[in-house]
Design a binder for this molecule. Structure first.
Ligand code: ATP
Ligand code: MG
Length: 767
């Protein structure tokens, strides 16, 4: 038997070796589903399958990259690079470029990102004279996205009585018209949004039997990871690509289905047998990732969900530590505790920062965590912040790149027609766009024949527009001549004065913008170099843009230096870390307030927590705060209902946990809080830190949260004293409560009212 097969358990081997028809590998977290997929590809390659005839679809670029690297290591780069492997969107984009003419597009179509889509929707709403408080652009955008993911065209939308009726009830009867207008404008602009990549691929395959047959014959094996999160469109495309050959291997875990808000349908996996009657189901049971405690805790949580395929998941790894459940007084304290805990574990375990992840429900939670990590000098990377390609100056340059390839791209044109400033005012742009809409053509078409249209513009404005047009025409010509991507990109950045307009400004922001533009050029160069190595012929800006438009924040900032990871639970899917900290496990946050109404919504939130816990290999901490600063005010919070779902045998609770039951009180982790206590207070208690027994970790004065000058001991304070708090502003101390071990002070703040603060964490100045 081949070497690689030996690296799998018997169940995994069965799944890898089976090539007799459609197969579903359904198994819990960490049981090796992705590993099976990876090894199966290697197995196919070793048994005569040509790499370009294998299609492997993943959910994120990161997952695709990791899988490719793994396979490269086993079969070599030359073979691995020929696989059709990537995210749904990137693979479909590749197919659409080849056959764009079949759906009425040119192969140089550009991609509208979310901001472009929103901007277009806003323009349409305004143009139709609708109230944007009722027709909120974000609501409209998500309605359009839902429709597209369900493969409903604007016409079908108009004919669907139930949908139209629902819109009427929601007081948005004209949503359908907006959808139609949006659809048309994208088409005229030669642009597709992210959902279109699925929508049009489906259309292409559905309406062109010869193309469908071509791919059915071409791909001899199709493999899909994370199938539980496919939506209707993806599900349908996969089955169209498969045809009757049925050489399909999908892996997934219904307990980890967490994307229903994007149209993912757990039924796709539950009903797979209906689509493929000869489907063989394989189960994997042994978890190789986590300790027994973590797996048992996660299992006990997910067992509370009604809708699921029964599964057995066990771990033979160490029993491991219990999951720590930590209660904090505030979000500020929570961030402080997490940062301290990371430092302690890091010193104790000597592992890499890469092995630490802090997971949260919403991106907004990251700011306060960042603050406390910075104070402790813990390097971190955030997934979900602005990616490189979303920075303003980079987007400006990319808009010019887009125009040089597809000048009909109205959103790109609007973005840069007067940037850097060239005296084309808003009124001029509005008139131009208005005229384009009325004539159902792109703004570029108007610019090219401006005399023929009644734009109502004065000659001076027209002249400026024409000189803009001439400049863009030069770039188009360069591309047409076949100039290489880097020289076109460089010419664009110079000729448009994007770079020189920044050079006069020596502020740090401006310098960083200049660096980003240089970085972008370096990116184009590098892209070409890599592609050339792979032997691909095309080196045009179109290819570069394809890659860029699908780059997600997950992909940027790939730095070699070790760092801890901050990300939402959604983004953490499929990943693993030694140490995982799940923060903000509170009612209305996790489960999200927006997802509390129905049983199925709650079940999805519970699956989300299951995903979060099962990312951890050896250590997991769950924390919740009693108060949190959200939406501009401090709110009282209560612990998440999910905490009670986890079998208390697998938890270690801190004293005073609100949801704690007497039988579950095991290991007061107050101890370790003690070890982090600022110096002024530390003498008041004598309990040693549990960590000092195992290591030499003793907190140093520099480990205090904010520098000692901001922290005060009770003896310095008296009632009536006036203070200035770092967040709440000025106020008077009205009470000092010394009855508990942790002194609390009550302060009447001038603007935010009365607050009780835990002295050991309160940062303020006495004024
Ligand atoms: P998730 O549901 O989170 O996506 P998964 O089922 O895809 O998880 P993998 O990521 O493939 O699981 O595997 C989890 C971990 O266990 C990985 O580090 C993997 O390398 C390891 N692993 C899986 N199977 C084996 C095995 N037979 N021997 C050793 N390690 C294994
Ligand atoms: Mg996986």
């Amino acid at each position: 038997m081949e070497d690689y097969i030996q690296q799998l358990n018997v169940q995994q081997q069965d799944a890898v070796l089976y090539t007799g028809g459609p197969q579903l590998v359904i198994a819990g977290a960490g049981s090796g589903k992705t590993r099976v997929l990876t090894y199966k590809i290697v197995h196919l390659l070793c048994h005569g399958y040509e790499p370009w005839r294998i299609l492997a679809l993943t959910f994120t670029n990161k997952a695709a990259r990791e899988m490719r690297e793994r396979i490269e290591g086993m079969v070599g780069q030359a073979t691995a690079s020929k696989l059709w492997m990537g995210t749904f969107h990137s693979i479909f984009l590749r197919i659409l470029r080849i056959h764009a003419d079949r759906i009425g597009f040119k192969s140089n179509f550009t991609i509208y990102d979310t901001a472009d889509s929103k901007s277009l929707i806003k323009t349409i709403i305004k143009d139709m004279g609708l109230d944007d408080k009722i027709y909120k652009p974000s609501t409209v955008a998500s309605a359009i996205s839902t429709a597209k993911n369900a493969l409903i065209s604007p016409r079908q939308y108009a004919e669907a009585r139930d949908i139209m009726e629902a819109d009427r009830r929601a007081k948005r009867p004209r949503l359908c018209e907006i959808y139609q207008a949006y659809f048309n404008r994208c088409f005229v602009a030669g642009a597709m949004d992210f959902d279109d990549l699925l929508y049009y691929t489906n259309l292409l395959l559905r309406d062109n039997p010869e193309i469908r047959r071509h791919y059915q014959e071409y791909f001899r094996y199709i493999l899909v990871d994370e199938y539980q999160d496919t939506n209707f469109a993806q599900h349908l495309i996969v089955s169209q690509l498969c045809g009757d050959a049925h050489n399909l291997c999908v892996v997934g875990d219904d307990a980890q289905s967490i994307y229903s808000f994007r149209g993912a349908n757990i039924r796709n996996i539950l009903n797979l047998k209906k689509s493929y009657p000869d489907l063989r189901i394989f189960k994997l049971e042994q978890n190789y990732r986590s300790t027994q405690n973590i797996i048992n805790a996660a299992n006990s949580l997910i067992a509370k969900n009604k809708e699921q395929i029964p599964k057995n998941v066990f771990s033979r790894n160490d029993i491991g530590a219990r999951i720590e459940v930590v209660q904090s007084y505030s979000d500020y304290e929570e961030a402080f505790l997490v940062a301290n805990r990371i430092s302690q574990l890091k010193m104790r375990n000597h592992d890499s920062y890469d092995e630490y992840a802090v997971l949260y429900r919403t991106n907004a939670q990251s700011r306060i965590l960042e603050e406390s990590l910075r104070k402790r000098n813990i390097p971190y990377r955030i997934y979900g912040g602005l990616s490189f390609y979303q920075r303003k100056e980079v987007k400006d340059a990319i808009a010019y790149f887009r125009l040089s390839i597809n000048p009909d791209d109205d959103e790109a044109l609007k973005r840069v027609i007067n940037y850097p400033a060239r005296g084309i005012g808003e009124t001029t742009v509005n008139r131009l766009m208005r005229c384009a809409m009325d004539n159902r053509v792109s703004a570029w078409a108007i610019l090219n024949n401006i005399d023929k249209y009644d734009t109502g513009l004065r000659q001076a404005a027209i002249n400026k527009l024409l000189s803009f047009r001439d400049m863009i025409a030069e770039f188009i010509e360069m591309n047409r001549r076949g100039d290489d991507a880097e020289s076109v990109a460089r010419a664009i950045i110079t000729r448009t004065q994007l770079l020189s307009s920044l050079i006069s400004d020596r502020t740090p922001e401006s310098i960083s913008k200049q660096e980003n533009l240089q970085e972008l050029l370096a990116g184009v160069k590098e892209f070409i170099a890599n592609k050339t190595e792979e032997g691909t012929e095309s080196l045009s800006l179109v290819d570069f843009l394809s890659e860029v438009s699908l780059a997600t924040d997950q992909d940027s900032d790939e730095v070699s230096e070790e760092r801890i990871t901050l990300m939402t639970v959604h983004a953490a899917k499929g990943l693993e870390f030694n140490n995982v900290f799940i923060v903000g496990v509170e009612e209305e946050l996790f489960p999200s307030a927006m997802n509390c109404d129905t049983l199925s919504a709650i079940e999805e939130e519970r699956r989300l927590l299951y995903v979060a816990i099962t990312r951890a290999k050896s250590h997991c901490m769950i924390s919740y705060a009693s108060s949190r600063f959200r939406n501009g005010q401090t709110k009282t919070c209560s612990p998440s209902r999910f905490l009670k779902d986890i079998d208390p045998r697998y938890l270690a609770l801190s004293a005073g946990n609100d949801f704690a039951r007497p039988d579950s009180f095991i290991n007061p982790i107050d101890n370790y809080r003690e070890s982090m206590r600022p110096r002024v207070e530390r003498t008041t208690r004598s309990t040693p830190s549990p960590f000092s027994a195992h290591s030499n970790v003793t907190p140093t004065p520099s480990s205090s949260p904010a520098g000692d000058e901001d922290l005060h001991s009770a003896s310095e304070l008296s009632e009536g004293m006036r203070i200035e708090h770092s967040r709440f502003g000025k106020g008077d101390i009205t009470e000092i409560d010394r009855s508990a071990a942790d002194v609390r002070i009550t302060v009447e703040f001038d603007t935010v009212g009365v607050k009780k603060l835990l002295l050991k964490f309160a940062r303020f100045k006495i004024i």
